[in-house]
Design a protein around this ligand. Structure first.
Ligand code: AMP
Length: 143
């Protein structure tokens, strides 16, 4: 299984914002869509950064609630690790574990074309494992 398989199942929609949006705007969008992370676009279809609920918590803990009026560019992660449609689920799991993050934007060239979360990865691994177990049971039953 690879990134294309997951995108085929979950779709390619990505919730994004722009670098000038405030952290309060970001918090509202996270709540509205029931997600944990937003990609910050650069205005040309590419990625300027990524901001997750963890960045919001850190910013509030460090600077107080007034930071919510600041632009997202102040606390987003600018060095974003991305993946490609041809990447395997194993490669994504390794990158997320090594980098200690739970989201990876999918790019084609520099264009944003999807987003994979740790939840998507876990779901796909469970589906794969169930398929393997069923095949094994079938093999044992039919000799
Ligand atoms: P997360 O676990 O995805 O909520 O994010 C944890 C931290 O990693 C936050 O500081 C995010 O801004 C950052 N982060 C999330 N996804 C990525 C990514 N794909 N590349 C680099 N940093 C990321």
């Amino acid at each position: 299984m690879n990134v294309t398989t997951i995108l085929g199942e979950k779709g390619v929609e990505v919730i994004t914002t722009n670098p000038e949006a405030t952290l309060l705007d970001v918090a509202k969008r996270l709540r509205e869509y029931g997600i944990g992370c937003i990609v910050v676009e650069n205005g040309k279809g590419g990625i300027a950064g990524i901001v997750s609920e963890r960045d919001l918590v850190r910013a509030i803990a460090a600077s107080g609630a007034d930071i919510l009026k600041a632009p997202v560019s102040r606390c987003m992660t600018k060095k974003v690790v991305t993946c490609q449609k041809s990447d395997t689920i194993e490669a994504l799991m390794a990158a997320m574990t090594d980098g200690r993050f739970r989201h990876m934007p999918v790019v084609e060239g520099s264009k944003l074309v999807g987003l994979i979360s740790i939840g998507d990865v876990v779901r796909s691994r469970i589906a794969e494992t169930e398929l393997e177990a069923a095949a094994m049971r079938d093999y044992i039953a039919t000799g």
